[in-house]
Write a protein that binds this ligand. Structure first.
Ligand SMILES: [Zn+2]
Length: 387
């Protein structure tokens, strides 16, 4: 099942009769994920559920291996309360980030700690489903299929949208439809959650990186194209059809280069790795010095990014903007160093805090992918729009 309310394969029942109970379990797990550990009384206060309901849910979750009693807290007087915490090893989730050239796969436990990572070259056309199924099967064989909460599949967006021009750079056309998640779920027997790489990278950053203590931020994903991940009140914002955040198609100059989306002068035509290769090849053809050409490209790309970021800040008033993606860290560092003089916006009083560089690098999207099934199991809101 692809519904965010769907049950992971961890023993959580998803039939309609238990829907309320299932929702309450997720509310409780969400509170534990945010707080680390809580007593039953604190869980009742944090969730608004009755102490009796909390007692029942905790018993169920302990039975399912998703939470455990962590011991007693030191108390000044009276019987100290027993702490409840998420059982790290009660299950694991698999995340795969893939584009036309590479894949990163990450297995993470229920606490979000990485158990194992793998990476390598992408398969030939037409072999995607078998390739992804094999990666799943390898992990399932070693860590147990019954303990797997699900598979987060992450790839460049948008999904189920046909641009008038050529496909999105880096995007695998076979994976640009949500139907792939259904096919993969059928083939593997696992729940599959599909997400675009920028939103997943923002989630990875929220759980493991620069954004751990942030609730409202925007993530700029610079790769073969340019994407954006929007996090509002600690939750990803996906838009009506899950395609929100296509920052690379913000129009910087309506008379600029033709973009595959049908418009001209989109940000991705200045800032992406594919734009960089195109511009550097043109400079080389003109006989220009390579270092000078790169410097000039960074200045132009930074100018375009700065224009786009002003709109992001004025629209969202985020705590900060994080720059990351699949581009080499050294390149991102040079870009950000070039961006010191951001344009005026509603955030202009915030100095250096307006911008941060991702510390996770290109693994952020794979980490975010592995977080999708964990979040689906442990948050109270919908974790994926897939329908
Ligand atoms: Zn465009």
């Amino acid at each position: 099942m692809l519904d965010g309310n769907a049950s992971p394969r961890s023993g959580l029942s998803a039939n309609s009769a238990s829907r309320v109970r299932h929702h309450n379990r997720r509310v409780l797990l969400h509170a534990l994920r945010l707080q680390g550990s809580l007593s039953r009384a604190e869980l009742a206060r944090a969730t608004g559920l009755t102490p009796q309901a909390i007692a029942n849910i905790v018993e169920d979750l302990i039975g399912a291996g998703l939470v455990r009693e962590a011991g007693r807290r030191k108390a000044k007087r009276g019987q100290p309360p027993i702490e409840i915490e998420i059982a790290k090893d009660g299950g694991y989730a698999l995340g795969i980030r893939i584009d036309t050239t590479h894949y990163h796969a990450v297995a993470a436990d229920l606490a979000g700690d990485i158990i194992e990572t793998r990476e390598g070259s992408a398969p030939a056309d037409g072999e995607w489903l078998d390739f992804l199924s094999r990666i799943y099967a390898d992990f399932a064989q070693r860590f147990g299929a019954e303990r797997c909460l699900g598979l987060g599949l992450v790839t460049p967006g948008p999904f189920d949208t046909s641009w008038p021009g050529v496909p999105t750079p880096g995007a695998v056309s076979a994976l640009q439809s949500r139907a792939i998640a259904e096919q993969l779920a059928e083939k593997t027997g696992s729940d599959v959650l599909l997400e675009n790489d920028a939103t997943a990278a923002a989630l990875g950053e929220k759980l493991y990186g620069e954004a751990r203590n942030l609730n409202d931020f925007f993530y700029v994903f610079i790769g073969e194209g340019v994407g954006g991940g929007i996090v509002i009140r600690a939750e990803p914002y996906r838009g009506n059809r899950g395609n929100a955040g296509e920052f690379g198609h913000a129009i910087i100059d309506p008379h600029g280069p033709q973009c595959y989306c049908g418009n001209r002068g989109c940000l991705g035509q200045y800032l992406s790795l594919s734009a960089m290769r195109r511009d550097l090849a043109a400079a080389e053809a003109r006989g220009e010095d390579a270092d000078a050409a790169l410097e000039a490209w960074i200045a132009r790309a930074g100018e375009a990014l700065s224009l786009g970021l002003t709109t992001v800040e004025n629209l969202f008033d985020p705590e900060t903007i994080i720059i990351g993606g699949a581009a080499p860290l050294a390149l991102l560092e040079r870009l950000v160093a070039n961006l010191r003089g951001l344009r005026p916006s509603v955030r202009q009083d915030f100095g250096a805090d307006r911008l941060r560089l991702s510390t996770l690098g290109e693994r952020s999207a794979a980490l975010g992918a592995s977080a999708l099934p964990i979040l689906a199991a442990t948050t109270s809101g919908p974790a994926n729009i897939g329908n």
